[in-house]
Write a protein that binds this ligand. Structure first.
Ligand code: FES
Length: 401
C-alpha cells in the first residue's frame, strides 16, 4: 500500500518528524518533485555572503526610504505658498518627495523579496495533479509541515541580522503607507483667528465676519488671472471678485457669490490700478463654506414663494441667497433649473425647492439649504444683511431642520 492510501492516526502523525511530514505532504498532494537543488549546499560559500549583502541592501534601502517618507511627511514645510512667496520652491517639493520616497521604499522591498527568493529558496521544479473537494486532517497537518520545511530550507531562521533588516523595513514601509491618514485627524473645535474662511471651526465661514461688524458685498467671480506688466506676471490691479447690483442678473438666473469685505473691493468708482487684493479675494473663493447661490426668481414664481418662519426678511425682492454646500455630504449644489425652481446637487441627486426656503424635496439630503439674509446698500450693491443663522453643510445635530 502506498503512503497516499494509508489512513494515519493522530498518534502516528504526531510521532513523525517535520521532514517526514513534509515528504508525506508532497506525496499526498500528488506532487512530484522533478528537480531540487539547495542554493548553498556547502558551508562558508562566499556566494552566500554576497547574497546576504544583496538582499540586506534592498531591504535596508526600503526601510531607509520608508523612514525618509515618514520624516518628510511630518517635518517638511507643506503649507501652501503662492507664486512669488518665500519658500515656494521648498514647498513645491513636498508632494514629489513623499511620493518618491514611498515609491522607492515599496520598490526596494519588492526587489529585496525577489532577490531573497532567487538566492535563498531552493531551486525546485515540482508538478502537482489537481484534485477537488475539501482537505482532510492529514492534509492540513502536512501543509503546516511543508510550510515549516520551507522556513527551514530558506535558512532565514539562522540569519538573524537579515531577518532584523527585513522585518524592520517591512514595518517602516507599512507605517509610511498609513502615515498619510494622519492628515485626516483634525480637532473640529480648534479655533484660530476669524478670517475670510471662518475661524477654523465647521460652523463658521467668511460670512461670519458680518457678526463682527464687517460689511460684506456679494462678490461675483470674474475668473480674472494675473496679468503681464513689464515682462512680469502681476496681480496688481486685477480684480477677481466684483460687487453686484440687482440689475446685473436676469430673472430666472443664478450666480455663485462669495463674501467680499469692503477692504477687498477694487471695482467701480473705487477701482485703483495699483491696489493688489487678488490674494485676499482668492482666499474668499477658496473658503470651503463661503459659496452662496444668488437666485433671481421670475416674478410670477416669486409671488408663490413660501418663507420659512423667522426668515421672512432674508430675501431681497425676487433675490434669494442659499448656501451652495449640499446638506447631504457637502458637494456644491451647482444646478438651478428655472422652470421648476429646483436646485440640484449632482453628487447624489438631492433636489431643493428655491420657492420653499431651500427645502429638500428629493434625494438623500434631509435638511434645507441655509439661507443668507441679503439686501441692497445705499449705493445699490447687493450686500449680506446678516450671517447664516445655522451651520452650513451636512450633519449638524444642532440644526432646526
Ligand atoms: S452631496 Fe448633495 S446629494 Fe449627496
Amino acid at each position: 500500500m502506498s503512503n497516499t492510501d494509508k489512513k494515519y492516526t493522530t498518534q502516528e502523525l504526531n510521532a513523525m518528524s517535520n521532514e517526514e511530514l513534509a515528504r508525506l505532504g508532497t506525496e499526498l498532494d500528488d506532487v512530484t518533485v522533478a528537480y531540487r537543488k539547495e542554493r548553498f549546499p556547502l558551508d562558508n560559500d562566499p556566494a552566500e555572503k554576497r547574497a546576504v549583502r544583496t538582499v540586506g541592501f534592498w531591504f535596508a534601502l526600503g526601510g531607509i526610504m520608508a523612514l525618509a517618507c515618514i520624516i518628510i511627511y511630518i517635518a517638511w514645510p507643506w503649507e501652501y505658498k503662492y507664486l512669488g512667496q518665500d519658500g515656494l520652491w521648498v514647498y513645491s517639493l513636498y508632494t514629489p518627495l513623499v511620493g518618491l520616497t514611498l515609491g522607492l521604499s515599496v520598490l526596494s522591498l519588492g526587489f529585496g523579496a525577489v532577490e531573497f527568493v532567487k538566492r535563498f529558496i531552493p531551486e525546485e521544479v515540482a508538478v502537482q495533479r489537481r484534485h477537488d473537494g475539501p482537505s482532510d486532517e492529514v492534509d492540513r497537518k502536512t501543509i503546516v509541515a511543508l510550510l515549516n520545511d520551507s522556513w527551514e530550507t530558506s535558512t532565514l531562521g539562522r540569519r538573524k541580522v537579515l531577518m532584523g533588516i527585513m522585518g524592520g523595513s517591512a514595518v517602516l514601509a507599512g507605517i509610511a503607507m498609513f502615515v498619510p491618514l494622519g492628515g485626516m485627524i483634525k480637532n473640529p473645535w480648534k479655533k484660530g483667528p476669524l478670517g475670510i474662511q471662518g475661524d477654523g471651526t465647521l460652523w463658521t465661514s467668511g460670512w461670519t465676519l458680518f457678526d463682527h461688524g464687517e460689511k460684506l458685498y456679494l462678490g461675483r467671480d470674474t475668473g480674472a488671472i494675473a496679468e503681464e506688466h513689464d515682462g512680469h506676471m502681476s496681480t496688481q490691479g486685477v480684480t477677481r471678485l466684483v460687487r453686484m447690483r440687482p440689475e446685473d442678473m436676469q430673472a430666472g438666473g443664478m450666480e455663485t457669490v462669495y463674501p467680499l469685505p469692503v477692504h477687498y473691493v477694487n471695482d467701480g468708482d473705487s477701482y485703483d490700478p495699483k491696489l493688489d487684493v487678488y490674494e485676499e479675494q482668492m482666499h474668499s473663493i477658496h473658503g470651503p463654506r463661503n459659496p452662496v447661490m444668488l437666485i433671481r426668481l421670475r416674478s410670477a414664481d416669486a409671488a408663490r414663494a413660501v418663507q420659512r418662519a423667522g426668515q421672512e426678511a432674508f430675501h431681497y425682492g425676487d433675490y434669494y441667497a442659499y448656501s451652495k454646500i449640499c446638506t447631504h455630504i457637502g458637494c456644491p449644489t451647482s444646478l438651478y433649473e428655472q422652470q421648476t425652481n429646483r436646485i440640484l446637487c449632482p453628487c447624489h441627486q438631492s433636489q431643493f425647492d428655491a420657492l420653499q426656503y431651500g427645502k429638500p424635496v428629493f434625494g438623500p439630503a434631509a435638511r434645507a439649504l441655509p439661507q443668507l439674509p441679503i439686501t441692497v446698500d445705499d449705493e445699490g450693491y447687493l450686500v449680506a444683511a446678516g450671517n447664516f443663522i445655522e451651520p452650513v453643510g451636512p450633519a449638524f445635530w444642532e440644526r432646526r431642520s
